[in-house]
Design a protein around this ligand. Structure first.
Ligand code: FEO
Length: 409
């Protein structure tokens, strides 16, 4: 298994996981990578290890460069097991002189591994590690997305090793952004942001400002998942700036689950009403769309309309799932409404409305309900609701929606 050279004496030595399909409820339907980086110098350092089960991939790549036992230092950017699951094996085999980690990673290492004699050394923001021709500047990035997360910057080569930041779940044989389809790349990056980082958006704004204040020149961003950004690293930084401000586009989503198609019929009428106002809309059936794909669409949508039939005096289970998932990710700045067909009790639209209010989203209409099966006349309020929402979105004069969720025009 071959390493890939980023710049002279700096290598990608990670693993590609073609088979993972679920990452804590996130659909990794195209797999992922666990990236590790090696800098060969007077002192040689390995940044991160890999998920348990991929240790031999890491070692095979390292053996193509050097005997892993000659590595002097390890850096633990983050203790989550997709990057540190092989840490114990790596320390036992390499016997490093030092293992560098942030103060909070030090605590997390105790909690995960209970080490007795590891040569741990805590580094903080502003600390520098000298390797010879290269040095490493550390920058703690707390809660992006774990308390212990940390960036490493190599000033001589202008490379930012960004841990989970700027990552994406996509298994590819290519290692660089300019080797893959750009639209698909940004779609995966947006999905990753929407499902992992969205709730930390205020912190990400601060980190982006901190990086700008530090005046770091960046030629490459090397994250721990997905491809390395070298074509235009500024683009993913600008995308993070846009996403962390939760900037919307001229787009509304109608997200629904249905029992016997009555709620679906309502959804279609609402969707038509939105289109009447010249707003881009998507009709999303929860039965056939994964929650993490929906969150990717939510990222740049201005309006969200949720519909569910009533089952057992409540909303349908898939609606509860997406609302619960979305609540944790803390989207902001959305116009919302709820609807649904019902037979006798009809609680679902009211329960959805209360869930949306609980998320502090702007509910723009009373819950809209239709008893049993809608006919042409009873669909009129649905189309009007769509038009009302469409008018509100159109009034914001937002940029057009982009299929990749982020486009620079
Ligand atoms: Fe937070 Fe990729 O681990």
């Amino acid at each position: 298994m071959k390493p890939v050279e980023l710049k002279k004496d700096i290598y990608w030595v990670g693993a590609v996981d073609w088979n993972i399909r679920d990452f804590h409820g996130y659909s990794t339907y195209k797999g992922t990578t666990y990236n590790c980086y090696l800098i060969k110098d007077e002192k040689t350092v390995l940044f991160d290890t890999v998920k348990k089960g991929f240790f031999s991939d890491l070692m095979h790549r390292l053996y193509n460069i050097m005997d892993p036992k000659e590595i002097d230092y390890l850096v633990v950017s983050h203790v989550e097991m997709d990057h540190s699951g092989s840490l114990q094996e790596a320390i036992e085999l390499i016997q490093p002189e030092k293992v560098f980690c942030s103060p909070l990673a030090y605590k997390a290492i105790q909690g995960h591994f209970h080490p007795t004699d590891w040569p741990l050394e805590v580094v903080k923001t502003g600390d520098t590690l000298e390797l010879g021709a290269h040095s490493v500047n550390f920058l703690e990035t707390r809660m992006v997305h774990w308390p212990d997360s940390m960036f490493s910057y190599i000033p001589q080569e202008k490379i930012l090793i960004s841990n989970d930041g700027f990552g994406l779940h996509w298994a590819t044989s290519e290692r660089f952004d300019d080797e893959v389809n750009g639209g698909e790349l940004m779609r995966h990056a947006a999905k990753y942001y929407a499902n992992i980082l969205l709730l930390y958006s205020p912190l990400i704004q601060k980190i982006l400002a901190q990086v700008a204040d530090m005046g770091l020149e960046i030629d490459m961003i090397a994250p721990d998942h997905g491809v390395i950004w070298r074509k235009d690293p500024g683009m993913i930084i600008r995308a993070y700036d846009t996403w962390s401000q939760q900037k919307a586009t001229n787009k509304a989503l109608v997200i629904y689950d249905t029992m016997w198609k009555s709620t679906e019929t309502m959804a279609k009428a609402i969707y038509d009403g939105i289109l009447d106002e010249g707003v881009s809309a998507k009709l999303i059936n929860l039965e056939c769309t994964h929650r993490s794909e929906i969150m990717t669409e939510v990222l740049d949508a201005r309006a969200l309309v949720f519909g569910s039939a009533t089952l057992n005096n409540g909303m349908l289970p898939r609606m509860a799932d997406i609302l619960h998932y979305m609540k944790g990710l803390k989207p902001t700045g959305k116009l919302c409404a709820a609807f649904g067909s019902y037979g006798w009790s009809g609680e679902a639209p009211k329960m959805i409305t209360s869930a949306l209010e609980d998320m502090k989203l702007e509910v723009v209409s009373e819950p809209l309900r239709i008893n049993y099966v809608p006919d042409h006349d009873s669909l009129k309020p649905c189309r009007e609701l769509g038009q009302k929402i469409g008018k509100m979105v159109a009034a914001d004069n937002l940029p057009p929606a982009c299929e990749d969720v982020y486009c620079e025009t």
